[in-house]
Design a protein around this ligand. Structure first.
Ligand SMILES: [Zn+2]
Length: 237
């Protein structure tokens, strides 16, 4: 698929789930809300693995490396959506730096989903950006909540920045963002432990409410999906 087709796919995806084409996304809450059959499991994985996904019946499950920063976790999740919605494979493990054609398409889709071409164009226009510098790049990645690296790749691929600028802008991003007045949350994990959000939890609660499973079984399922804090009411302690 070429870039035009992947951007079109990302635009259709946004439209299908009722999102407008230019707004930044508070990604995890939004997809948890919009994609009713999706479960997201944050899991400690080898550094090289970004995520994985599989489909079972109508259910879609993705695994996100809990050690990666939020920007990368969001990008990985958007990348996994490509596999879940547009690929036939039942199970996929992803290393975002892979050169595999499907992986590259999934990366490009993720970039366009988080920041459609027109959204970036409007952003540039509204902010009078003619030549990107580190400050304008940080402002932009904070606005779209996209990873620093993903934005740099995007700007390099569209020849908005040179390869030399890419290398110059890349390091020390956490400190540099703080110097621009932002908090560091985009550069730290969104969830940094084994944890589950999404439909699995809703399903467990539903079958329990319908008396199809006992409370013991419900607790077992929640503990298995790393939600023991719900079982032991740790919030109240
Ligand atoms: Zn992948």
């Amino acid at each position: 698929m070429n870039l035009y087709e992947l951007n079109k796919l990302a635009i259709e995806f946004r439209s299908d789930i009722g999102l407008n084409q230019e707004s930044p996304l508070d990604f995890f809450p939004v997809i948890t809300n919009k994609l009713k059959n999706l479960t997201i499991v944050f899991l400690e994985m080898d550094e090289k693995i970004s995520g994985a996904c599989f489909k079972v019946d109508s259910q879609q499950i993705m695994f996100i490396n809990s050690k990666h920063p939020k920007g990368r976790q969001v990008f990985t999740a958007a990348h996994e959506l490509y596999h879940l919605f547009y690929e036939d494979a039942v199970f996929t493990i992803c290393n975002l730096n892979s050169n595999d054609e499907i992986e590259k398409n999934a990366n490009q889709f993720a970039s366009f989903l988080l920041m459609p071409i027109n959204a970036l164009y409007s952003y540039k226009k509204e902010n009078n950006i003619e030549k990107w510098n580190l400050n304008s790049i940080i402002d932009c990645e904070q606005y779209f909540q996209i990873s620093h690296e993903a934005l740099l790749y995007r700007l390099k691929n569209s020849s908005d920045i040179t390869f030399e600028e890419f290398n110059k802008f890349k390091p020390n991003i956490k400190n540099n963002a703080q110097y621009c007045g932002y908090d560091s949350s985009l550069y730290e994990p969104y969830i940094d432990k084994n944890y589950t959000i999404g439909n699995y939890v809703r399903l467990v609660e539903e079958v329990y409410r319908k008396d199809l499973i006992s409370n013991g079984k419900r607790e077992e399922y929640l503990i298995q999906s790393y939600l023991s804090d719900l079982v032991y009411n740790l919030e109240d302690l």
